[in-house]
Design a protein around this ligand. Structure first.
Ligand code: KIV
Length: 336
């Protein structure tokens, strides 16, 4: 797929038929003409979606993401690793869900993403896919899983066939063009990833901002154009100066999805656990916490422990009774 600037017609909008709906966003069978993405004025949480009546949204697909860029509608993306969170993410009308190899850090407790395997990503992608009905699902290609065209084809094929992904993401620039082209030629949409590429953390000397200085800036722009030419439908820009990310976004037809790359990108992605504030210690400059789940979960677990220890939980309302035992225990009816 080689997207072109004029390929995308404006999305057809229609009035919201679900203004009084009480359920979160669900795709409608046969709703091919429905707008597929939530516009900025629309609600962003399941509760608000219920309150305003969520529009019937069908599956977000690659062409819709190109349309969103063309229309200036920001793309929302998060990572996700399981079905329960996937349902919440979908209800909030997030457009793109990435089963990132960041699961090495946030799920497995690893120091880096390097130990993550294709089996791990397939397993988590399949779980997420069961919880999603609307969002576009991207599976991350782990370290060394795309070291040659044949290896990449086999592993990316598993992401789609066994994991239920709609696309794969891989790290790297112009040097990845032959791999990207082979995948795209086999019908596998590819999202690129430039800037800080965590699978090269050792080569890069840590998690540093990339693309600073004339040479690095020019190389990143060249890489982005090469990925687009090879057939990528979107590119993640991670830890890149905001001016450079804006310039790349303006020069590409395909959308850029930023993380630590400023507001000029066509969309934003954050690691779900980070944006929900699950880890009190992790506070890089680019991260905004939209909730404090660390405290909320800590308080809930503390209350649970106290109530179990204090005999308050479980109460009679949480217990099951055997009616026959209750009948036997009833006092006998008095004669006369
Ligand atoms: O693995 C991941 O979570 C990612 C995002 C940070 C883009 O690659």
């Amino acid at each position: 797929m080689r997207p072109t600037r004029k390929a995308s017609p404006a999305p057809r909008r229609r009035s919201n038929p679900a203004n009084n709906a009480t359920t979160p966003v669900q795709p409608q069978a046969g709703a091919a003409e429905a707008p597929v993405y939530a516009t900025p004025g629309q609600a962003t949480t399941p509760r608000k979606l219920r309150a305003v009546g969520a529009p019937a949204l069908s599956r977000v697909r690659v062409p819709h993401l190109l349309e969103m860029k063309a229309q200036g509608v920001k793309i929302t993306a998060v990572t996700c690793y399981d079905a329960s969170f996937a349902r919440l993410v979908d209800a909030a009308a997030i457009d793109v869900v990435l089963v990132g190899d960041s699961l090495g850090n946030v799920i497995q407790g690893q120091e880096s993403t390097l130990p993550v395997t294709v089996d791990h990503i397939v397993y988590h992608t399949a779980a997420v896919s069961r919880g999603l009905r609307r969002a576009h699902l991207v599976a991350d290609m782990p370290f060394m899983s795309y070291r040659s065209v044949d290896v990449a084809l086999e592993n990316a094929g598993r992401m789609l066939a066994q994991g239920g992904a709609h696309a794969v993401k891989l790290e790297g620039g112009a040097e990845m063009a032959p791999i990207v082209k082979a995948l795209v030629d086999h019908g596998i949409p590819v999202m690129g990833h430039l800037g800080l590429t965590p699978q090269s953390v050792h080569a890069m000397g840590g998690h540093r901002v990339q693309g600073r200085g004339k040479a690095a800036k020019e190389r990143l722009i060249r890489d982005a154009l090469a990925l687009q030419d090879a057939g990528c439908y979107a590119v993640v820009l991670e830890l890149v100066p905001a001016q450079l990310a804006l310039e790349v976004s303006q020069r590409l037809v395909i959308p850029t999805i930023g993380i630590g790359a400023g507001a000029g990108c066509d969309g934003q992605i954050l690691v779900l656990y980070d944006l929900l504030g699950m880890n009190a210690e992790f506070q890089p400059k680019f991260l905004k916490r939209f909730a404090d789940l660390h405290s909320i979960i800590g308080e809930a677990l503390g209350s649970y422990r106290q109530q179990v220890q204090g005999g308050e939980f479980p109460g009679p309302e949480h217990a099951f009774v055997d009616p026959s035992v209750v009948a036997e225990a009833r006092p006998p009816a008095r004669a006369g």
